[in-house]
Ligand binder design. Structure first.
Ligand SMILES: Nc1ncnc2c1ncn2[C@@H]1O[C@H](COP(=O)(O)OP(=O)(O)O)[C@@H](O)[C@H]1O
Ligand SMILES: [Mg+2]
Length: 339
């Protein structure tokens, strides 16, 4: 066992969890700084919820330790840790008013009535729901229910806020608004937050740092920009953004024969109707409008490249020139160089 960390924030040290005879979390390490917003990002089944449940105290790890603000909380129950969790399905009580749903965790702790009242009002004001305090969950919208669940977590004045896919039940437009509200609230309160998501846009837009998970492990833990610019594995490169994969090698801006994988972001394929230094002739195979840009399929010999083009979009069947401005070169799934 290692030494307890002195820093404030959250430390996961070598967490391992076996469920149903399978290793679900495999020696996972993560350090979240105080006040930071970190996403656990990965496909369904990679172990995000299991990790969050261990941080919250609903599951005890088989191996490894969890520290909150330097204190070992590995085996403490959820009510004994300074954390609060918002569950994926909100888990509100349908028969209770909004006020009583939010008051519930404080009643369990047997706080005095005036104190409960004061804190519930404060939490409901934070999420702009005071006008619904006497409504029941069935009488308010999905987005409002989500905010009740958030208020019920915040009312506990936790040192760390844990959110499990808090936006997954909302429609696309509301999701963008609520994620901005959550980010704003998190910044204002300066509360250390771990948010679970399988949605890369969501993770990229609200996180200080993102932990990309793969089969119970963290593949890369970086800022959104670093993850996008320098994905350390092919797995991460595929998960964040879009990528052309070409078996071969890369030399002086050209795809050449080789045994590596050349990864090229579609926005790093530059198309022009005139020949430039380093560009090569190419045929425009297909143009798919994507709103503010077009996805353009280019082909030369047997190499096909997808490009994102937003102005002077060529027509399908036309001929032009393509240049590659940046390539990520992978060998055995690991980044070996950026060219
Ligand atoms: N109680 C359990 N018993 C057996 N397997 C479980 C249990 N809980 C989760 N799992 C398995 O662990 C894996 C990770 O689950 P989970 O953490 O919920 O993934 P995620 O939240 O990333 O979608 C899944 O394959 C799931 O089926
Ligand atoms: Mg989950």
């Amino acid at each position: 066992m290692s030494q307890a960390p002195k820093e404030d924030g959250l430390t996961l040290d070598g967490l391992t969890k076996v469920l149903g005879g399978r290793v679900i979390i495999d020696n996972l390490n993560l350090v979240v700084k105080k006040g930071e917003m970190v996403s656990l990002l990965g496909p369904s089944g990679c172990g995000k919820t299991t990790t969050l449940r261990m941080i919250a105290g609903f599951l005890i790890p088989d191996k490894g330790d969890i520290y909150l603000d330097g204190k070992d909380v590995t085996t403490l129950g959820p009510e004994k840790r300074p954390s609060a969790m918002v569950f994926q399905n909100y888990a509100l009580w349908p028969h209770m008013t909004v006020f009583n749903n939010v008051a519930y965790p404080l009643k369990v702790r047997k706080l005095a009535k005036p104190e409960i009242e004061r804190r519930v009002h404060e939490a409901l004001s934070l999420v702009n729901l005071m006008h619904h305090k006497d409504s029941r969950p069935g009488q308010i919208s999905g987005g409002e229910q989500q905010r009740v669940a958030l208020a019920r977590a915040l009312v506990q004045e936790p040192d760390i806020l844990l959110l499990d896919e808090p936006l997954s039940n909302l429609d696309a437009k509301l999701r963008v608004k609520v994620r901005e509200d959550i980010r704003d609230l998190q910044r204002r309160l300066g509360i250390t937050t771990v948010i679970v998501t399988h949605d890369q846009d969501e993770a990229l837009s609200i996180s200080d740092r993102i932990a990309v998970m793969n089969s119970g492990r963290i593949e890369q833990f970086s800022t959104p920009q670093e993850l996008y610019d320098r994905p350390e594995t092919e797995y991460v490169a595929n998960f964040i953004g879009s990528l052309n994969h070409i078996q071969g090698g890369y030399s002086q801006g050209q795809i050449v024969p080789g045994s590596e994988v050349v990864g090229i972001r579609p926005e790093d394929v530059i198309f022009s109707t005139t020949q430039e230094l380093g560009s090569y002739p190419t045929t425009v195979e297909l143009v798919v409008p994507r709103g503010h840009f077009c996805e353009v399929y280019l082909k030369r010999a047997d190499v096909e490249l997808r490009a994102f083009i937003s102005s002077n979009v060529p027509a399908a069947g036309s001929i032009g020139f393509a240049r590659i401005s940046k390539a990520l070169i992978y060998k055995d799934g690991k980044l070996v160089r950026v060219a």
